[in-house]
Design a protein around this ligand. Structure first.
Ligand code: ADQ
Length: 479
């Protein structure tokens, strides 16, 4: 690379999650913390509190080489930005769920204002050599705002959710502005090849460019800018998951669950309580299994862990009620004095406990209607005992299905098909389970969380060389 000193990384995400001692974190936190620990830098974002009036400057907390920089957001704008445009418009659109989609121009305007605030509060913290790495759909226009303020550093964007096809994207009135904003990044990363293709197709449809440059398929040109558009499937820390899962066998909560199962096979789902995760369809598919395969009654136990999220959005309250009703209905119809088919837990668990539960499960039940990646699918595989692993039943509409091709693949909308998938998994011989698990574990190792961030940071660093971005004589070169 010709540089002796690694550039600082500036990570920007909607929410800053400073890892707590003794607790391990999810994929995003592990990935970005890895980059920050190695290269030093800042993690900038919303700190979790709102204010009236103007937001104050970022509050800085230094922890070794890492600075956590958090801001407050105006309470009215926050609701419209987060619950409104981000999670009421962009989230359903990205998951192809137009029935949940709504649009309100004033929410879009608040979303833009919050992005302006992010840029304004970040600006004084930037240095000319920094690499800026922005995460997720809440912050689509951040590069545009930063460029407007004179920032010439390399700015990358990683999208954790799917990118919708043009026919769906067009439902969003400001779809063209959003595409234009995205072209102000130097690197745009997607979870799957499909997402990248959809994005390029959208650019071409909008007449913004999107054609490949030269032999390097990742390099494109759009609105007279050169950018890298590539696929960076997010991974997990495989060894940490495996180790936690193994050690967690000793935890009292895991042992209690094992005793309560009394040797019955466990089917397990772990999701945020989100309509994109396909939980009602999943519950109905389990109902179908009990109806179609009487031998499963009194035998299989399905435990679903689903802590509520985004309580400020109506659709999230509705799904909670729907699942409570479905659980009552299924348990009421099938339960026996010594067996209850569904255990539905509306709460979160510490990660080690979760890994211990996943290891106990004979079937990992992951059937989102659409998902950028789905880390639970990967965690389930990593948590298994390689000598006697369980089986992953996976939605073909999750990004993870592109990599975990040895899972039992199902279409989450096809209840009968999902029930068949569960039955196949429940009766699978050990030899086949081991074979499938070995294949999937190899994929997880090849593309783990470190590979994900190293590839992204490298692409960002290369973009500096390719475009001359981040020249020292930038807008604030002599600060
Ligand atoms: P999410 O939609 O949140 O992420 P997912 O990928 O499954 O979905 O990640 C959830 C994380 O939270 C996992 O690490 C999981 O273990 C943890 N988790 C979930 N429920 C929990 C519980 N009850 N208790 C404790 N931990 C829990 C978004 C995209 C995904 C993409 C990720 C990362 O929607 O498609 O895979 O970002 O890019």
């Amino acid at each position: 690379m010709g540089k002796s000193v690694l550039s600082r990384i500036v990570v920007v995400s909607n929410r800053v999650a400073e890892p707590k001692a003794g607790k391990s974190a999810g994929g995003l936190t592990v990935g970005v913390m890895g980059a920050l620990k190695q290269q030093g830098g800042i993690w900038f974002g919303w700190g979790g509190t709102t204010c009236t009036g103007e937001a104050k400057d970022a509050e800085l907390k230094r922890r070794g080489k890492i600075t956590f920089a958090t801001i407050e957001l105006n309470e009215t704008d926050f609701d419209a930005y987060y619950n409104g445009f981000s999670n009421g418009s962009l989230w359903p659109l990205a998951h192809y769920l137009l029935g949940f989609f709504s649009y309100d121009r004033s929410q879009y305007e608040a979303w833009r204002r919050v992005n302006t605030t992010f840029a304004r509060k970040l600006l004084p913290l930037l240095e000319p050599d920094d690499l800026i790495w922005v995460h997720d759909y809440h912050l689509f226009p951040l590069a545009e705002e930063l460029r407007r303020a004179g920032v010439t550093n390399p700015i990358g964007f990683f999208l954790h959710v799917p990118f919708p096809g043009i026919a769906v994207l067009q439902a969003l009135p400001p779809w063209r502005q959003i595409l234009q904003s995205l072209c102000m990044y130097d690197v745009i990363g997607f979870q799957t090849e499909q997402d990248r293709e959809d994005f390029l197709e959208c650019l071409r449809f909008a007449g913004l460019g999107g054609d490949r440059r030269g032999n390097d398929s990742g390099r494109i040109e759009a609105i007279q800018r050169r950018l890298t558009v590539d696929v960076f499937p997010i991974g997990i820390d495989v060894d940490e998951c495996a180790q936690q899962a193994q050690e967690s066998a000793r935890l009292a909560s895991v042992q209690r669950l094992e005793r309560a199962l009394m040797g019955r096979p466990l089917i397990m789902g772990v999701d945020r309580l989100d309509y994109s995760k396909g939980l009602p369809d999943r519950f109905r598919a389990f109902d179908q299994l009990l109806s179609d395969y009487p031998s499963s009654r009194g035998q299989l136990v399905y435990m679903q862990i689903a802590p509520p999220t985004r309580a400020g959005v109506r659709a999230y309250q509705d799904i909670r009620e729907e699942l409570e009703q479905l659980t009552g209905n299924i348990n009421g119809r099938f339960a026996e004095p010594e067996w209850v088919p569904i255990r539905y837990l509306n709460r979160g668990f510490a990660r080690p406990t979760l890994m211990g539960f996943l290891r106990l499960a004979r079937i990992g039940f992951v059937t989102p209607l659409r998902d950028g990646m789905n880390l639970v699918a990967k965690e389930y595989v990593a948590a298994q005992d390689p000598a006697d692993p369980g089986v992953l039943v996976l939605s073909q509409l999750a990004g993870a299905a592109r990599e975990l091709t040895s899972a039992v693949m199902v279409n989450p909308y096809d209840g009968r098909g999902v029930a068949e998938g569960l039955q196949t998994a429940a009766s699978m011989a050990r030899e086949e389970r081991v074979e499938r698990h070995t294949d999937m574990l190899a994929v997880l190792r090849k593309n783990d969380i470190n590979v994900w961030r190293q590839r992204f940071v490298e692409a960002l660093e290369n973009s500096r060389q390719a475009t001359g971005a981040g020249a020292r004589e930038s807008a604030y070169g002599d600060r």
